[in-house]
Design a protein around this ligand. Structure first.
Ligand SMILES: [Zn+2]
Length: 96
């Protein structure tokens, strides 16, 4: 299983397994979808397989993929490899 597909929010403490990685549901929060339907966001906690850092990832009740790594590792993986090592400015998009 590599996706989340719940009809209703699972209980806090529920775990899902993605390959060798375990995600534990830490919290849920109310969320209004674009179509106006009230849903819930699921906040999962897992350990980054790359650096071991604990991190959280938010998903809807249905999502196709989950972040496998913590944010610093994701950003590092995305940034082009460059000998100069200058960090790129990060643009944060706001939803709503
Ligand atoms: Zn990491």
């Amino acid at each position: 299983m590599n996706h989340v597909d719940y009809k209703t929010a699972p209980l806090v403490g529920a775990t899902i397994q993605l390959d060798q990685q375990t995600y534990r549901l830490e919290a849920t929060e109310p969320y209004r979808r674009k179509d106006g339907v009230l849903s819930r966001l699921l906040i999962w906690r897992s350990d980054c397989p790359r650096c071991g850092q604990s991190f959280t990832v938010k998903t809807g009740l249905v999502t196709k993929s989950l972040n496998r790594r913590c944010e610093p590792c994701r950003l590092r993986a995305k940034s082009p490899v460059s000998g100069r090592g200058r960090a790129q400015p990060i643009t944060i998009k706001r939803n709503g």
